[in-house]
Ligand binder design. Sequence first.
Ligand SMILES: Cc1ncc(C[n+]2csc(CCOP(=O)(O)OP(=O)(O)O)c2C)c(N)n1
Ligand SMILES: [Mg+2]
Length: 284
Amino acid sequence: MNPKDLGTKAANTWCPGCGNFAILNAIKPVIAELDEEGLVPVENVVLVSGIGCHAKIVDYVNANSFYTIHGRTIPVATGIKLANPDLTVICFAGDGDAYAEGLDHLIFAAKRNVDITTIIHDNRVYGLTTGQYTPTSPSGFKGRSTPAGLEVPPINPLEIVFASGGTFIARGYSHGIELLKDVFREAILHRGFSFVDVLQVCATFFNLYEYYNERVYALEEHDPQDAARAEEKMREWDYNSDGSIPLGIFYKKEDATFGDNFVKYRSKISDLEGAIKKTMEGYI
Ligand SMILES: Cc1ncc(C[n+]2csc(CCOP(=O)(O)OP(=O)(O)O)c2C)c(N)n1
Ligand SMILES: [Mg+2]
């Protein structure tokens, strides 16, 4: 399959220079390649998005998709995966979507190890609603809702997902698509909850290209199974500092998924139902 076959006729309304183009141009060849290799047939792919500039990505990829409401990308994706475990479910969420209104869902998906891939378009701003701060906006950020400069420090989403039990944690950057492609491919193939925070520049409301270009580097000779080292790397840049910004796969671990545990629970509960019925029969 040619990535061009995954294009649609929908008019693209992202601003010139938007980092979402890189995510779109990275995900299409990955989906095409996985289909070509027989690893993930495209008809089994479901894309799920929230509400925001990022969410429009599902209009631009010719695959099954579901537009959810703001902040509810992950629970809808979880339901789809539980209902049909044969599907490969990929979420596209914004930083507002996943770290503000939907943060509880992110934590629980990581805790439960739901077998879905979550790609966060982390532009560190509410793009669609024209420039309010989000949980990853740095201190001092001046936007629509904080014209005098934000006084609250940002969260580090990688550490939150790690602390919650996430089994695949990565960071990408929307300048250049090769690293994004590698990370997306590994994330989709990982069995369990895959989390990719993409530093996706909003050219209109928070243009960080220069800032990132001076600081990003790709993780090399890093063992993603080394949890202590992974955490150290996640802390190297805390979203508010001037430190170097590592990109790539920080952490990876094989573990039972929510689906595995759900099946286990179902069989235990049916045994229990039998026992309860027997006890009740004694009373009737
Ligand atoms: C339930 C609900 N809450 C709030 C909104 C308003 N709203 C729409 S998009 C958005 C923020 C989008 O920011 P983000 O998720 O970071 O996406 P981006 O536009 O930056 O890609 C908000 C608050 C809404 N549509 N629905
Ligand atoms: Mg955003």
